[in-house]
Design a protein around this ligand. Structure first.
Ligand code: SF4
Length: 188
């Protein structure tokens, strides 16, 4: 049947939304999630939330011998019922992906070239700078005499690849140091 403005309005007005969907050839019956049939069973199972967007789909993480061996949609999660979009379906690659940068690169102020640092060097450098800036910008009381005990000179920006658990730990650590400027991309 040809879809014209008149036939479209006729379908919506006469029979309601359900009939309209049938009219348009859409089937909204609940689809069975593949994940419901393929739960991993070889290691320790944990649930998590996809970090990529505010929809907050649930996922299942399987860990064996200290490493993640599988991630998939959680069929028991009320939001996604086991389904994941193409981005969420690639969650496993957050942890296992040779194409992700594994090396710390540092460009000194004014320098044109990047130099590689070891993780030990980078962590030591970051810790020294955070400690120094924290001490220099610590605010014990504000202008009105109110005790605030905060750090004004350090901010924390989280990225979309931080999952719920990592965000929790990061927020705890930052607040323990007195940071108030804490932001994260995923908005969960
Ligand atoms: S699976 Fe897709 S829709 Fe669901 S939270 Fe992740 S990115 Fe968002």
């Amino acid at each position: 049947m040809e879809l014209t403005r008149r036939t479209f309005l006729g379908a919506t007005g006469a029979t309601g939304t359900g009939a309209l969907l049938g009219f348009l050839g859409l089937n909204l019956r609940p689809s069975e999630a593949f994940a419901a049939q393929a739960k991993p069973q070889r290691g320790t199972i944990s649930t998590t939330i996809c970090p990529y967007c505010g929809v907050g789909c649930g996922g299942i993480v399987e860990v064996r011998d200290g490493t993640i061996v599988n991630m998939e949609g959680d069929p028991d999660h009320p939001i996604n019922e086991g389904a994941l979009c193409s981005k969420g379906a690639s969650l496993y690659q957050l942890h296992h992906n040779e194409r992700r940068n594994q090396i710390v690169r540092h460009r000194k102020p004014g320098a044109r070239e990047w130099e590689e640092l070891s993780w030990d060097q980078a962590i030591k450098m970051i810790a020294e700078r955070v400690k120094k800036t924290r001490e220099e910008t610590w605010v014990g009381t504000d202008a009105s005499g109110q005790v605030v005990n905060r750090v004004d000179g350090v901010a924390c920006l989280g990225g979309a690849s931080l999952d719920t658990e990592e965000c929790y730990l990061l927020a705890k650590a930052m607040r323990a140091m007195g940071l108030v400027w804490i932001e994260h991309q995923a908005r969960i």
